[in-house]
Ligand binder design. Structure first.
Ligand code: GDP
Ligand code: IMO
Ligand code: MG
Length: 423
């Protein structure tokens, strides 16, 4: 019966993939509900490391159904390639269902995404992943996008694809940019559609049937609350609702079915791409966090910007998401720090504030107010129980929970499944 939702509570890359993999031990179905292959969700099992972009992170648990919901924007070529790679690694991809209502991303979306980024003035660049996410969601809102069901009906897909591609080619011509080779692109799309067709279904029916049958369903968020199109640091955001509420629209699940809302929080903060980041460290400490935390984008390989834990942003995020279970990841990355800073308030133009400003300009001007706490200077990577954690690590966790006004349920001290325990 219960449906749980797991979301990123910062700017993405909090460790959602790892947590979904851990939690699906007790799940029957995982549903992605927004975003696209801008996401990079890492799951490490034994010596193998997988990075998933569209396939739900429940794929490594045999028998778990993996749904890509209507709210996701899907590059079919990227999805087919990801599924084929997983097949090669021995995974059963027959459990993957793609919503017939999901919007599709094609070459022209990716191309326009890249052009917009390249031509934007400094200060206006978003630093997107160039996967065509924004343009595909724009087409969805503009009601001219192509949806998943057409992958099963090439007689309809072909003219729709040509019509859209020709429209975009006119735009490219006007910008003096080389058009896409529509015939060549169509060949790949047609072959891909054939591969994916049997996976396309009305996932809303599948998920609601699972709920009715008493199955455990987990919704997998991508990105993080601060990248939410409504509540994030607009315009430096992605183009979907990344918050827990997005799971209802993006998977077709009524709010009455929701039980727990998991929020994944990294023990410090990172951000990829442009936009304000109050606790960013542009010094040796930031470099140290990046090095120890391996903070390089799972999708684009870009170095992630790093900084101290921002409790102001995290508290706002927990409030909007309604987080009742926190999973704190990457505690081990702080193991060797003498002292650790926590941002407990901002100073804006000389005034102390304790809420996230809605304007990106204001957020760019705030100065973090820090509380300094002692580090624990001990290896936590082998801890398998809350009681094994050093006292200062426990105090740090308790302070975070207090500041964001939620309860810690899981602690992660390394990338592997076994480096996880319930608080
Ligand atoms: P996601 O997008 O939220 O799924 O996160 P990413 O996969 O993009 O980035 C998280 C990175 O941290 C991945 O490389 C994970 O393997 C790794 N990771 C997850 N949890 C932990 C942890 O507790 N400690 C360490 N050291 N690494 C972790
Ligand atoms: P996961 O699910 C971190 C960022 C991009 C850029 C902004 C808009 O792995 O946490 P987009 O391509 O979506 O139009 O880019 O959003 N971004 C992410 N940052 N993790 C992600 O996903 C992200 N997906 C998009 O870097 O700043
Ligand atoms: Mg990621």
């Amino acid at each position: 019966m219960p449906v749980d939702i797991l979301v990123g509570t910062q700017w993405g890359d909090e460790g959602k993939g790892k947590l979904i993999d851990v939690l699906t031990r007790d799940c029957d179905m995982v549903v992605r509900f927004q975003g696209g292959n801008n996401a990079g969700h890492t799951v490490e099992i034994g010596n193998d490391k997988f990075v998933l972009h569209l396939v739900p992170s429940g794929i490594f648990r045999p028998g778990v159904s993996c749904l890509i919901g209507n709210g996701v924007v899907v590059d079919p070529v990227a999805l087919a390639s990801e599924m084929r790679e997983l097949e090669k690694s021995g995974m059963d991809v027959s459990v993957i269902e793609l919503s017939d209502k999901a919007q599709l991303i094609f070459d022209y979306h990716r191309k326009i995404d890249g052009i917009k980024e390249a031509s934007a003035d400094n200060g206006k660049k978003i630093g997107t992943t160039k996967r065509g996410i924004g343009p595909a969601y724009s087409d969805k809102a503009d009601r001219c996008g192509i949806r998943g069901w057409m992958l099963k009906d090439q007689a309809k897909l072909k003219p729709a694809f040509y019509e859209q591609a020709e429209k975009y080619n006119l735009l490219f011509a006007a910008k003096g940019v080389e058009p896409i080779d529509i015939d060549a692109a169509w060949k790949i799309v047609a072959e891909t559609a054939q591969y994916l067709a049997k996976h396309v279904s009305d996932t809303v029916i599948s998920v609601n049937k699972a709920i009715k049958d008493g199955k455990n369903v987990l919704c997998e968020g991508a990105q993080g609350m601060l990248l939410d199109i409504d509540h994030g640091t607009y315009p430096f955001v992605t183009s979907s609702n990344t918050i827990s509420g997005g799971a209802c629209t993006g998977a077709g699940i009524a709010p009455t079915h929701i039980r727990d809302i998991w929020g994944v929080l990294k023990a410090y903060t990172t951000r990829v791409g442009e936009g304000p980041f109050p606790t960013e460290l542009l010094d040796e400490t930031g470099e140290r966090l990046r090095r120890i935390g391996g903070e390089f984008g799972a999708t684009t390989g870009r170095p992630r910007r790093c900084g101290w834990f921002d409790a102001v942003a995290a508290a706002y995020s927990c409030m909007v998401n309604g987080i009742n279970k926190l999973a704190i990841t990457k505690m081990d990355v702080l193991d060797q720090f003498e002292e650790i800073k926590i941002c407990t308030a901002y100073e804006l133009d000389g005034n102390k504030i304790d809420a996230l400003p809605s304007s990106a300009d204001e957020l760019a001007r705030v100065k973090p107010v820090y509380e300094i706490v002692p580090g624990w200077k001990a290896d936590t990577t082998k801890c398998r129980d809350y009681n094994e954690l050093p006292e200062n690590a426990k105090k740090y966790l308790a302070r975070i929970a207090e500041l964001v006004d939620s309860k810690i349920a899981i602690i992660s001290v390394g990338p592997k499944r076994e480096q996880t325990f319930f608080a």
